[in-house]
Design a protein around this ligand. Structure first.
Ligand code: C2E
Ligand code: MG
Ligand code: MG
Ligand code: MG
Length: 285
């Protein structure tokens, strides 16, 4: 009888909602099968010190190597699975793959830390630290301080006390944190004050227009000053030209990442890129 009633209820769904549910379910299933078929890849974007020229690390950025759609960017599939358990599985795949890459680079003498983006949902899982510890334990050759986690300041980080505790616990494992897209959220200053992140990433929207827009320049200046005052490191994202680089150096921001330095690339291209970068002379000239 219950089954009968269930069937009848089903017919009461309006078709638009019904098909939205179905397409959401399909999106989730697609991610599960992409994971099973090993269709995800990480690309890596170098982060450099513009003053010394040193390559200080790379950021891992996920892509979906789709058989029909080609290389699908993260914002085309991550928002769809947000707050679904499959995003946690994918998140673990990213950390595990990054740790494997660190190990492979170290085998050829390249000591390169990787920063991995994690979602607020992921960080707020009660077992986050335990799972991270397990992933690190599965890669005993990788020093934990070669892994950095980037978090967006977002309204999704509701309980800053709990988040701060989790970050401290991860810190004790040796893993550090960066505040990504800094300045675009609603409570940047609260996060800066309350969250133990050693690095602030100035959002690319401010960097992009800083040469033309006095307000954006003021924001970049302000964030660099805040970072200094709070004794955090600061890196500029979205550095597209040497002109941006020079302006940032003048403001006291030495670390940079952006298309002007290098685009994200597959792991096996990083070694060659570093060789070329090192022999190229100063990028700013
Ligand atoms: P993000 O972490 O802020 O990463 C920077 C994004 O800007 C990347 O886009 C990168 O390719 C792009 N970018 C870098 N330099 C420049 C530049 O000079 N100019 C411009 N216009 N863009 C630049 P991408 O790879 O499409 O990633 C977009 C966002 O998706 C990331 O923003 C991050 O929030 C998220 N994401 C990427 N991979 C992951 C992941 O593995 N896990 C999670 N949770 N999120 C991820
Ligand atoms: Mg990031
Ligand atoms: Mg960013
Ligand atoms: Mg972003």
């Amino acid at each position: 009888v219950a089954k009968q009633a269930g069937k009848n209820c089903y017919h009461l769904f309006d078709t638009a909602k019904d098909s939205a549910i179905h397409s959401h379910r399909k999106n989730i299933d697609d991610i599960y099968s992409a994971l099973a078929l090993d269709q995800f890849v990480l690309h890596y974007q170098p982060k450099v010190n513009m003053h010394s020229g040193a390559v200080i690390g790379v950021e891992a950025l996920i892509r979906w190597q789709h058989p029909v759609r080609g290389l699908v960017p993260p914002l085309a599939f991550l928002p769809v699975i947000e707050e679904h358990v499959v995003s946690l599985e994918l998140g673990e795949w990213v950390i595990d793959t990054a740790l494997t890459q660190i190990k492979q680079w170290r085998l050829i003498g390249l000591n390169l830390p990787i920063s991995v983006n994690i979602s607020a949902y992921q960080l707020q899982q009660t077992n986050f630290t335990t799972r991270l510890a397990a992933l690190l334990a599965a890669h005993p050759e990788v020093p934990a301080n070669f892994l950095e986690l980037e978090i967006l300041e977002s309204s999704a980080l509701h309980d800053t006390n709990q988040v701060s505790e989790t970050m401290t616990a991860c810190h004790q494992l040796g893993v550090s944190f960066a505040l990504d897209d800094f300045g675009t959220g609603y409570s940047s200053l609260t996060y800066l004050k309350r969250l133990p992140a050693h690095l602030i990433k100035i959002d690319q929207s401010f960097v992009r227009d800083m040469l033309e827009d006095a307000d954006d320049l003021a924001i970049v200046k302000g964030v660099v000053g805040l970072a200094k005052a709070f004794q955090r490191q600061v890196i500029a994202e979205g550095v597209e030209t040497p002109k941006h680089g020079k302006a940032l150096l003048q403001l006291g921001c030495e670390l940079a990442q952006g298309y002007g330095i290098a685009r994200p690339m597959p792991g096996n291209e990083i070694v060659q890129w570093i060789t070329t970068w090192k022999t190229a002379g100063s990028w700013l000239e």
